[in-house]
Design a protein around this ligand. Structure first.
Ligand code: AMP
Length: 288
């Protein structure tokens, strides 16, 4: 599907839009993959999906300060743009947008979004203001790139639900494409934050997905969410170096807890765990 072969890198909105205007003149479909860099196979799976569908793909690399409620986390977030560009070039990416903070936020963004309550649970509860920051940057990037499709990973399951919600609510003309979670051979969900784990914590962290997949396999033998939560807490203990922030079961669309596990709606088990000072999230859809 892709027609452009040489990868171009832009740091300014004006230069990027100039290029996109030329491409769109010949009715190009632009796919968009927003990232915060420190790229891995998970990000590349989004690029791959776009390459199958769109004439060209824009990948953005921008560590968005407004979505970090913890300054320390923002500062420690892994950054390696040179390596990212190499990875993107070998993966056949067409256009990379690497703006600095002033380019994205020439003025502070004071917009406050309404997420219809989707931000009141899990990540939204643990990271106040996080999703508002995500919405600020994603809506700005959509306005800059104007893609026909944008690709997001199930890895950030709540973020995906929120992006889908704002696209609908604010009538943003973009198709949201959801991509499956890419895992390491141990089952650990790939994440830029994994690079901050020491070798032994990284090995231990594979237990998180093992616990989720155990719950999925034995789904029918659990009678309540509480029972599942007790199982998870018993497996991921402080003694073993885990600090469990939450394990919740929610409806895929509303993010509300189900009345019972037997309800025939799509249910997702979501987890946030600290290990070795690094916060990891993962999830599993019990019914798919
Ligand atoms: P990030 O750079 O962490 O903001 O992620 C950029 C995009 O990549 C988001 O849509 C993430 O959901 C997606 N992503 C991150 N990790 C994975 C993964 N392991 N599998 C699939 N998608 C992922």
């Amino acid at each position: 599907m892709h027609r452009i072969t040489v990868m171009k890198v832009f740091n300014t909105i004006a230069a990027l839009q100039n290029e996109l205007a030329l491409l769109k003149r010949t009715s190009f479909n632009v796919g968009f993959v927003p990232t915060m860099g420190a790229l891995h196979e998970g990000h590349l799976s989004l690029l791959k999906s776009s390459k199958e569908k769109d004439h060209c793909t824009v990948v953005s690399i921008f560590v968005n300060p407004t979505q970090f409620n913890d300054k320390n986390d923002f500062e420690k977030y892994p950054r390696n743009v040179d390596k990212d560009l190499e990875i993107l070039e070998s993966a056949g990416c067409n256009i990379v947008f690497v703006p600095n903070e002033k380019e994205i936020y020439p003025e502070p963004d004071t917009r406050v979004f309404d997420f219809g309550g989707l931000d009141q649970v899990m990540e939204g509860q643990c990271r106040p203001g996080h999703f508002n920051g995500v919405a600020q940057v994603v809506t700005r990037l959509f306005k800059i790139v104007k893609p026909c499709r944008a690709y997001f990973g199930y890895k950030d399951f709540q973020q995906l639900a929120i992006i889908r919600f704002i696209v609908k609510k604010y009538n943003i003309p973009v198709e949201i494409v959801a991509c499956p979670i890419v895992r390491e051979s141990t089952g650990l969900a790939m994440s830029s934050r994994n690079t901050r784990l020491c070798e032994s914590d990284r090995a231990k962290a594979s237990k998180i997905s093992k616990v989720l997949f155990y719950l999925k396999d034995r789904y029918n033998s659990f009678h309540s969410v509480k029972e599942m939560q007790a199982y998870v807490a018993g497996e991921l203990t402080l003694n073993d170096g885990f600090d469990l922030e939450y394990f919740e079961v929610v409806d895929e669309e509303t993010l509300l807890p189900p009345d019972s596990l037997q309800q025939p709606v799509s249910k997702v088990g979501c987890i946030a765990v600290w290990i070795g000072g690094v916060r990891l999230i993962d999830n599993v859809n019990f019914l798919s």
